[in-house]
Design a protein around this ligand. Structure first.
Ligand SMILES: [Zn+2]
Length: 90
């Protein structure tokens, strides 16, 4: 359900960017999806295919890149990969 609205937003952004560049056809869309977003990449790909039918994005490849959760410590500035929601700095 969440992914339907998300995919609508993605498509509208894609169309705006395509228009800015006078693009006639969209061949590929690369999406970076953060770990805590609860967005299922496969669902976005599915809805994208459905919603882009008969548009300039019809048939475009949707590449999903999973972005792991990272946190930056406000005290020492170190960046670490967050696992099991453990945000504490060592
Ligand atoms: Zn720290």
């Amino acid at each position: 359900m969440h992914e339907i609205a998300m995919t609508e937003n993605i498509l509208s952004i894609v169309f705006i960017e395509a228009e800015k560049r006078n693009a006639k056809k969209i061949k590929k869309v690369k999406l970076e999806i953060g770990e805590l977003t609860n967005i299922v990449g496969d669902c976005v790909q599915f809805y994208f295919e459905l919603m882009s039918k008969d548009t300039i994005a019809d048939g475009a490849e949707v590449e999903i890149v999973d972005v792991p959760l990272q946190a930056k410590c406000p005290r020492c500035g170190s960046v670490k990969r967050v696992e099991n929601l453990d945000f504490l700095c060592e």
